[in-house]
Design a protein around this ligand. Structure first.
Ligand code: ZN
Ligand code: ZN
Length: 214
């Protein structure tokens, strides 16, 4: 199952052509120390995250969630291409420093979506990163099925929508990396981190492949 065409531009290539790969916007410093938003100079909290209650310690991502990344993520999610999960893992490992935690967890998919797709992109990315960082990947969270998709909701609606959706199925280690495919408003990873903290985690470092940039 190797796509012979670039999933972004359709040119002949294995999964992603060199040009589109270069067209991805890599996220680098300076950034907000807390949520990872690109900023003009290093800050501890930024306009996007200050004043918000956030359950994770830090969030980092490899690339901006722009048009190129959106096409790549859509193909990865909908077609479940293993090469794209590996590529996402490679780009994260290149752009995000190895976390200080010893265990990798991931945001579970809505069970209906997972069955429909046959995979959970966040889990696949977690496995890729676990291999690269030589850290164990554990399933710690369960998700209440049937919530509305976050897409199209305002920030306040997103937070309400995911509140109480995640619960830990076992005790959590004190330090954790929490992996998801895309960071949009941070509401989902914050709700998941909150569930992990209730289960004993003290510090949750979020890592995603892409991040919405305002
Ligand atoms: Zn291309
Ligand atoms: Zn911030």
């Amino acid at each position: 199952m190797f796509p012979r065409r670039c999933v972004v531009c359709g040119d002949r290539a294995d999964a992603l052509c060199e040009r589109c790969r270069r067209a991805l916007t890599r996220l680098a410093a300076p950034r907000c120390e807390r949520c990872g938003a690109p900023t003009s100079w290093p800050v501890e909290r930024c306009r996007e995250c200050s004043g918000r209650r956030i359950a994770f310690a830090t969030a980092r991502a490899a690339v901006a969630y722009d048009e190129v990344a959106k096409r790549l993520v859509a193909a990865w999610k909908e077609r479940g291409l293993r090469t794209l999960a590996a590529l996402a893992g490679q780009l994260v490992a290149e752009g995000v420093p190895r976390p200080t935690a010893y265990t990798v967890a991931y945001v579970p998919a809505d069970e209906n979506r997972r069955l429909e797709r046959g995979h959970n992109p966040a889990e696949r990315l977690a496995v890729e990163l676990g291999e690269r960082w030589e850290l164990p990947v554990v399933r710690l969270l369960a998700r209440t099925p049937g919530i509305r998709p976050q897409r199209g909701l305002t920030l306040a609606e997103r937070r309400r929508n995911v509140r109480g959706v995640f619960r830990a199925t076992t005790d959590a280690p004190t330090r954790l990396v929490l992996v998801d495919d895309v960071y949009t408003s941070g509401a989902t990873v914050s709700a998941a981190a909150s569930a992990l903290r209730k289960a004993g985690a003290r510090r949750v470092e979020v890592v995603t492949f892409a991040r919405a940039v305002r």
